[in-house]
Design a protein around this ligand. Structure first.
Ligand code: ADP
Ligand code: MG
Length: 251
């Protein structure tokens, strides 16, 4: 096939594999994400979702095999801070804020680490990011550990986007939120996306995933079992069998 007339996707993962001894945690995964998309990822616990983000960001390790391309340029061998400076930011499944630092200082640290900014410029970007996520001014001097659960999610996203990334990877951001807060998070994700940030979203909360994603990929035992339009993917018999059926049985 002749791809020469097509622009490269913003991000492409090609035949990525990550082994831990005999375990193949990510098994020959490939996908492409066009600029501007919200790209959803789901799958059972242990299916390799977080490991996929880990190898894409080099935190703490890269892939065992395969390529990650940013606008056609290979980045899988770069170090974590280089990948971050190239424009890929992420959040973590577990709380990763500095609890004793203020909310502002956390966002500032994001601008410093992710974009290599300093001084007044880092301060300005930190405040802009906090504006973007809607964390009110009077909460910014509070210790991050004293914020509410939802405010910590806002802060987590602010710290990640304070470096002005082109791509944001979110790993189960809805964990621990109430249903109304999940709606607020959906709005927040749309706002960030609307500012031109391409988003990859790992999420167990399917209503959220389905409401914000234009594309949905399902992993099972490290491999892609479905990838396509969200409404079609959730009807795929293999997806129902491997993931959705079990979820319903567990309810
Ligand atoms: P998910 O995020 O989909 O729940 P993970 O990517 O966290 O799944 O894990 C996928 C598989 O890889 C699991 O079996 C997990 O135990 C294993 N795994 C993840 N990280 C490591 C590691 N650093 N060392 C060994 N095994 C790991
Ligand atoms: Mg995970």
């Amino acid at each position: 096939m002749d791809h020469s007339t097509h622009e490269a996707p913003l991000l492409e993962v090609r035949n990525i594999e990550r082994r831990f001894g005999a375990l193949v945690a990510v098994n020959d995964v490939s996908f492409a994400v066009p600029a501007g998309q919200v790209f959803g990822i789901a799958g059972p616990n242990g299916s390799g979702k977080s490991t996929l983000f880990n190898v894409m960001t080099g935190i703490p390790f890269g892939p065992s095999a395969g390529k990650v391309l940013l606008e056609g340029r290979e980045i899988q061998s770069l170090r974590a801070h280089e990948i971050s400076r190239a424009g890929i930011a992420r959040t973590f499944q577990k709380d990763a804020e500095f609890g004793t630092l203020s909310a502002f200082e956390n966002a500032y640290a994001g601008a410093v680490y992710c974009a290599g900014l300093s001084g007044a410029q880092a301060r300005e970007e930190a405040h802009k990011a906090l504006d973007d996520v809607g964390l009110s001014n009077d909460r910014r001097d509070k210790a991050a550990g004293d914020l509410t659960v939802f405010e910590r999610k806002q802060l987590m996203i602010a710290s990640a986007i304070a470096g002005r990334p082109r791509i944001l990877l979110l790993d189960e951001p809805a964990a621990g939120l109430t249903r109304p807060e999940v709606s607020d998070l959906a709005e927040l994700i749309r706002t960030v996306n609307g500012r031109g940030v391409t988003i990859l979203l790992i999420e167990h909360v399917l209503p959220l995933l389905l409401s914000v994603s234009q594309h949905l990929l399902i992993l099972n035992h490290g491999a892609v079992i479905a990838s396509g339009k969200p409404a079609e993917v959730v009807r795929d018999p293999q997806v129902v069998e491997a993931y959705l059926g079990k979820r319903e049985a567990a309810l």
